[in-house]
Design a protein around this ligand. Structure first.
Ligand SMILES: C[S@@+](CC[C@H](N)C(=O)[O-])C[C@H]1O[C@@H](n2cnc3c(N)ncnc32)[C@H](O)[C@@H]1O
Length: 455
């Protein structure tokens, strides 16, 4: 247990710490890590000397000004390096054609499509589960790319997404049947991914034993949801204070704002919105109850705009605060964080040996949960034991060695992995979209992709 917690600490602070003996990185990346820390310490000590000199000589000469500019440039460069080492930017060429083919600018553009295809590229994907269908952009591309697929399961808690996705997947299957390719057994359900195990049992009794080869979670909202003002997700379009992904669920954002206890309201603004001004907002929202409460996103945005110090708008202004408040409410309405954590464990347990779970998250709270849950899965064997008890399966050591070798040799996209006895975290650092993708799809900017594989 002590080893597990040490491992966790080292992983969480991986940018500063040497690799613990249990972890295994391929040599070039280890070199990269060491050379980075050497550069950092050199730059830091030089910068310190310079700033001492600058302080001694108070007169603003041209030399002082130039030194100050140089120091500023150096510290900016350091900050850039620090940002880079926390994630791995994808260097995959952005395939606009594929994105246009499988995405739909009228509904939703799949994020990191090429990277996701690469994650499952070397896997014999006989069975695949998409936990977050949306407009089925990822699903369509994956079904098309894997002619060996025998079972496909798609889930979305939103019936609108379900309808859209079904039509697109039917088209793909129809095209497959015309070319006499293998048509996978397909099951598309309006379901919360927290019920993935029961959905799989309904579809195929044996799947619990053989396991699933690939599972994808592309979290958050689809553009179809954000762009429909009636759903209440958008800061910029007025609509009802709803924010339910599942329109049949009972709790709406309006209920939280108008009737939850003050302390609970404050807690979600603080914890789920990470909003520093939470107390003042909490007080204003509670005060608004005295004059009938809040019933539209427009009213909530007005309240936020009036209480935000820098009321100019833009990234630094009220829009930033409003985005945080909306995020907090959406997480609470849909119980997103608890659902995610539980479902990650369940999905991992449903994997076949060699099977992969890929997760795309869109904000730091989600990413933290994915990172920590992968670590928990990696550092404890209880989940594996539970999986076996529940009918899941595990492979032997020989298979594990073969698998590791195959990843090392064949998969260039894997930069740094953490290999354990029962699981391999294939993304020590999350993969983020290429610069081209970020330019073309603003929504992709906060995306982070993490992948774990069952051994
Ligand atoms: C970002 S979109 C997925 C887009 C999809 N990958 C595509 O390429 O079109 C996220 C989807 O996940 C769904 N969703 C969010 N939470 C869910 C949950 N707990 N269970 C099932 N679906 C969920 C949302 O309704 C939304 O349609």
């Amino acid at each position: 247990m002590a080893a597990a917690s040490l491992l966790k600490t080292l992983f969480l602070n991986s940018s500063l710490s040497p690799s613990p003996p249990l972890l295994s990185f391929s040599p070039p990346h280890r070199r990269l890590l060491i050379s980075f820390s050497t550069t950092t310490s050199k730059i830091t000590s030089k910068t310190k000397k310079k700033s001492k000199k600058t302080k001694q000589n108070q007169k603003p000469t041209t030399k002082n000004i130039n030194d100050a500019i140089k120091d500023d440039v150096k510290s900016k460069r350091l900050a850039d390096l620090a940002a880079v080492k926390r994630r791995t930017r994808s260097d995959k060429e952005f395939d606009e054609e594929a994105v246009l083919k499988f995405g739909d600018s009228g509904s939703h553009i799949p994020v990191m499509l090429g990277e996701v295809l690469e994650v499952f590229g070397c896997v014999q994907l006989r069975s695949f589960v998409d936990c977050t269908l949306g407009a089925a952009g990822h699903s369509s591309a994956i079904i098309q790319a894997h002619s060996e697929m025998q079972l496909y399961v798609g889930m979305d808690v939103d019936p609108v997404a379900h309808e859209k996705a079904r039509a697109r997947i039917d088209d793909i299957l129809h095209a497959k049947s015309c070319s006499s390719a293998l048509i996978p057994k397909t099951h598309i359900a309006v379901e919360n991914f927290r019920n993935v195990r029961s959905v799989l049992s309904e579809v195929d009794k044996n799947i619990k034993v053989s396991g699933i080869d690939g599972i994808l979670m592309d979290l958050g909202m689809s553009s179809m949801q954000v762009n429909n003002s009636k759903r209440g997700f958008s800061v910029l379009n007025n609509g009802p204070l709803d924010m339910r992904m599942n329109p049949k669920a009972s709790l709406k954002a309006e209920d939280i704002l108008n009737s939850w206890p003050d302390t609970e309201l404050g807690r979600i603004l603080r914890e789920y919105g990470e909003e520093s001004n939470w107390r003042s907002l909490q007080n204003k929202i509670v005060k608004a109850r005295l004059s009938g409460g809040l019933h539209s996103t427009g009213q909530l945005v007005d309240l936020i705009r009036n209480s935000t110090f820098n009321a100019k708008g833009g990234r630094q202004g009220w829009i930033k605060t409003a985005t945080r408040v909306f995020q907090a409410l959406r997480i609470a309405v849909n119980d997103e964080l608890r659902t995610l954590e539980e479902s990650l464990h369940t999905c991992f347990n449903c994997l076949a040996p060699g099977g992969r779970l890929a997760v795309i998250s869109f904000h730091s709270l989600e990413d933290r949960i994915v990172k920590q849950t992968f670590l928990n899965i990696f550092s404890t064997s209880s989940d594996i034991n539970q999986a076996i008890a529940e009918g899941g399966s595990c492979s032997n050591d020989k298979d594990a060695i073969k698998l590791n070798r195959a990843i090392d040799e064949q998969e260039a996209w894997v930069r740094q992995m953490i290999k354990g006895k029962n699981a391999i975290i294939l993304t020590k650092r999350p993969i983020t979209p290429s610069e081209d993708e970020e330019k073309l799809n603003v929504r992709s900017r906060s995306a982070k992709l993490r992948v774990i594989q069952k051994v």
